[in-house]
Design a protein around this ligand. Structure first.
Ligand code: PEP
Ligand code: MG
Length: 595
């Protein structure tokens, strides 16, 4: 019941999946404020001791949280607090503080505040979102030291089950609240790469960030529904919404119990047709989770984050270290590394401005213009391949000449490594992404030179439909199920098979359960997706005979518009997989297509 209060629906970023229904608790972290003071000589010595004690106490507090994270969470989560400990142990910062204390004779809490401001400005101005998000960690450390200098205590605990509403949560808040029965987190600020968001996912607590006005709209005690899959917070929900979400929660619980049993089972239809499910990944710290979801390895490792984080191309050695670590972590599973796909929306601020970057200097085009840099990446990948579990693929190939140029460079690099006596996997499979429409039509020519195709639907759809994949104004024209897209996929799979290749897909469509049977029936050999959806896709495949999937694909391919294809697939899924349909195939997906 919403007690006659008006229902309000806020939209933010879906930062951690799952659904929570409960009452809100508005949390205001008590900030520590400082005022600048000049110390007497006697006070100065005491202040130095106080600073020592405050840092030591802060260390002790963070260590306790880190221990908890080590015990209860994964390595990535624990790492967040290890980095905070490193900041506390930072010798340079400590030296700077001591020096300023002696020279300026100002109170330590003011100097801590002032020193951190400098670092925050530096990070806050970074072009990379990940680095900007780290300001919160720095703030948390600063607040902790200042609080301890002022001998104040902080309580991040709430009695009872609540959805926590806050302007922003620090990593420690996220952990400490979780020790009680927190149901979910909804914040005004924060992105999906913030440490609080990473921790929420790791703790499996639903979270929605970037709601902008949530602390202004919600009061403690309000009824709320938090939908971490769609990024919604429904405040004072109507009876209908409440019932709808309660049903979803019950179905998800049953369904999750079933999925747990699937991890070690092969991805095989009841009539023995096998396909591979692998995961898309971008960061080394995602891999542990990947392995637990029952994937066959990594079907797409996006390497460009190395460039984005560094602000420049990483050296061969830096790349070698990362690629070989990944290969070791995954062994005997396979990993497909995609060479740098920089450009489009993944540009640094320093890049040459282009009026149409998605049609511009991107992916393989940029790399072929920078052969020295490209060679370093190829050398690093080859050197990391000695365990024979690495494959390489190239993004944005639009023509044969381009592919031949790439392969010539690759052969050259191999020759060079042989000359240097460096070992690498001589039989490594090479593939290319099919994501530019021209590549679909010359797939037969391209197929003669590689061992596999991986269909990149994210770009293939945008280029086939002439719809910018990031433009909200025309988002409804971005149609994965448009007949032109389906025919392009089918043609690519058939052409690949006719030439002895295996064909995978690493665009988002591979992880859309609505597309699972359609792709299976078209003959797709490998699906690579966000790891969390692997169990859903696996259960669909394991429950449907290949002959049935073929009939689904034939029917879908015979339809003349996207709306009809989706309606057909929705009806099929509703009738055959009611739990899946109810748990996250929400009505809006089926009904907003525009032809
Ligand atoms: C794609 O285009 O489908 C793809 C997987 O690559 P990205 O999203 O990195 O462009
Ligand atoms: Mg792409």
């Amino acid at each position: 019941m919403n007690n006659g209060k008006q229902e309000i629906i806020l939209k933010g970023l879906p930062s951690s999946g799952g659904i929570a229904i409960g009452t809100a608790y508005l949390y205001h972290r008590e900030e520590v404020y400082v005022t600048e003071r000049i110390l007497t000589d006697e006070e100065l010595e005491a202040e130095l001791v106080l600073l020592d004690e405050a840092i030591e106490r802060s260390r002790h507090e963070v260590q306790k949280i880190a221990n908890f994270a080590h015990e209860k969470l994964n390595e990535e989560a624990a790492q967040i607090f290890e980095s905070q400990l490193l900041m506390l142990d930072d010798v340079e910062m400590r030296k700077a503080l001591d020096m300023r204390l002696r020279r300026e004779k100002k109170n330590a809490d003011f100097l801590v505040y002032d020193e951190l401001q400098k670092y925050k400005e530096l990070l806050g101005g970074a072009s990379d979102e990940l680095l900007r998000e780290r300001v919160v960690d720095l703030d948390e450390i600063g607040q902790r030291i200042m609080r301890n200098l002022q001998k104040k205590r902080l309580h991040s605990t709430v009695e009872g089950e609540h959805v926590i509403i806050a302007s922003q949560l620090t990593p420690s808040d996220t952990i400490l609240f979780s020790k009680n029965d927190v149901l979910g987190y909804a914040t005004d600020l924060g992105g999906i790469t913030s440490h609080a968001a990473i921790l929420s996912r790791s703790l499996k607590i639903p979270a929605v960030t970037a709601l902008h006005t949530v602390t202004a709209v919600v009061q403690t005690g309000d009824e709320v529904i938090l939908d971490g899959q769609r990024g919604l917070l429904i405040v004072n929900p109507t009876q209908d919404h409440r019932e709808e979400y309660e049903l979803k929660l019950r179905r998800i619980a049953n369904f999750e119990a079933e999925l747990k049993g699937l991890v070690d089972l092969p991805c095989e239809t009841p009539d023995n047709h096998k396909v591979e499910l692998s995961a898309n990944a971008e960061f080394i710290n995602e891999l542990e989770y990947v392995v637990t979801q029952g994937s066959k390895g990594i079907g797409l490792y996006r390497t460009e984050h190395l460039y984005i984080e560094k602000g420049d191309f990483p050296s061969e050695q830096e790349q070698y270290v990362e690629y070989s670590e990944i290969a070791h972590m995954l062994y005997p599973q396979q990993v497909i590394f995609r060479t740098f796909d920089i450009g489009g929306d993944k540009l640094l601020d320093t890049a040459v401005p282009e009026s149409n970057p998605f049609l511009g200097w991107r992916g393989i085009r940029m790399m072929l213009d920078k052969p020295e840099i490209f060679r370093q990446q190829l050398r690093a990948l080859l050197r990391a391949s000695t365990m024979k579990n690495i494959k390489i693929m190239f993004p944005m190939i639009s023509g044969l000449t381009e592919l031949l140029e790439v392969l010539e460079l690759l052969n050259d690099v191999k020759e060079e490594l042989r000359g240097e006596g460096m070992a690498f996997d001589e039989s490594m499979e090479i593939g290319l992404m099919i994501e530019v429409p021209s590549a679909v039509f010359i797939a037969d020519e391209l197929a003669k030179h590689v061992q596999f195709f991986s269909i990149g639907t994210n770009d293939l759809v945008q280029y086939l439909m002439a719809v910018d994949r990031n433009n909200e104004l025309i988002a409804d024209l971005y149609q994965e199920f448009h007949p032109a897209v389906l025919r392009a996929i089918k043609h690519t799979i058939d052409t690949g098979h006719a030439n002895g290749l295996w064909v995978g897909m690493c665009g988002e469509m591979a992880g859309n359960p609505l597309a699972t049977l359609l792709l299976l029936g078209m003959g797709l050999d490998e699906y690579s997706m966000v790891p969390s959806v692997i169990p859903e896709v696996k259960t669909i495949i394991r429950s449907t005979p290949f002959t049935e999937a073929k009939a689904v694909a034939d029917e879908a391919l015979s339809l003349s518009n996207s709306f009809d294809v989706r309606s057909f697939l929705y009806t099929y899924m509703r009738d055959h997989f009611p739990e899946l349909y109810a748990s996250w195939m929400t009505g809006e997906n089926g009904e907003n297509d525009v032809e």
